[in-house]
Design a binder for this molecule. Structure first.
Ligand code: G
Ligand code: G
Ligand code: MN
Ligand code: NA
Length: 253
């Protein structure tokens, strides 16, 4: 409860901010997009990580307000970047289950898109596999509305759930993000390399782009390139960075 009261005032007092982690195209070696990741700095300087406040924010429903704050700031940042010489950078925003379940979720996203002026296809919503697995007509209706609006959809932490090929085929999706658990030992455990290979093949079969999360070493990258994985994200390229560092970011190698 203490956390919730502090978090409520954090929104009003500008204690929340965003970091952005680069997403790199593995064939062109170019910066393709960024994932927005929320941070909270308390007035006394203490940093609180999302794993320590997102669950409480979900339980209390405060995540709805926080989610809108994130979406608005991420879109404004993308629009500002697009006006620089660097050109467009896709902006990925995490969405929690509670947020997605709000009856006016899609409407609020579309309103934010219009108010910020972001090109809808420059925005990607990251939904967890558990949201996708909540098989319902409401889910597919919401995804179809987002698709019609031109907004992209990625499945985050993919491979940890049990989505089937035929089920995924019925949904309007754009990208699979391979969970970092499968990347960690991709260069040393044949089983993990096989799972990653299967996800890449499955994604491509479904005409989806595939991004590997948690790429930490050149060896991880080498295996993923060999598998034909489209994009990668992780500490090898950069940790989540303040906005002003994104424009000077250079892909290693
Ligand atoms: O940034 P970090 O790796 O510490 O994130 C930890 C977890 O918090 C991840 O699961 C990430 O998806 C989640 N997270 C980070 N930022 C946001 C956000 O803006 N909204 C939601 N719903 N989750 C976020
Ligand atoms: O669940 P989600 O994929 O949104 O979580 C993103 C989280 O993963 C962020 O908190 C980010 O800090 C973390 N992260 C990003 N890159 C790496 C990495 O290469 N290794 C590890 N261990 N964590 C990472
Ligand atoms: Mn994510
Ligand atoms: Na993830």
């Amino acid at each position: 409860l203490e956390t919730i009261n502090e978090l409520r005032s954090a929104i009003d007092n500008d204690e929340l901010y965003l970091l952005f982690q680069p997403q790199v195209n593995l064939s062109s070696g170019r910066l393709e997009g960024v994932e927005a990741l929320i941070r909270w700095c308390k007035p006394d300087g203490t940093q609180v990580y999302p794993t320590d406040f997102i669950p409480a924010a979900e339980d209390s429903g405060l995540i709805v307000q926080i989610g809108l704050w994130v979406l608005n700031h991420a879109c404004l940042q993308q629009v500002a970047w697009k006006q620089t010489a660097t050109g467009p950078i896709r902006m990925a925003v995490n969405v929690s289950m509670r947020q997605f379940q709000e009856p006016n979720f899609v409407e609020s996203v579309i309103t934010t898109v219009q108010q910020t002026g972001i090109t809808p296809s420059d925005l990607e919503l990251e939904l967890t596999e558990s949201i996708i697995m909540s098989d319902s007509r409401v889910l597919s209706h919401k995804l179809n509305q987002l698709r019609e609006a031109g907004i992209q959809i990625a499945i985050d932490d993919f491979g940890t759930g049990y989505s089937s090929l035929s089920y995924l085929q019925s949904l309007p999706l754009d990208r699979l993000k391979i969970d970092r658990a499968f990347i960690e030992n991709i260069d040393s455990r044949a089983e993990d390399a096989s799972i990653a290979a299967m996800i890449v093949a499955m994604g491509h079969e479904l005409k989806l782009s595939v991004l590997a999360e948690g790429v930490e070493t050149p060896a991880h990258e080498a295996v993923l390139k060999k598998l034909g994985c489209d994009e990668a994200q992780g500490y090898y390229y950069a940790k989540p960075l303040p906005a002003k560092e994104i424009l000077s970011f250079k892909v290693p190698g």
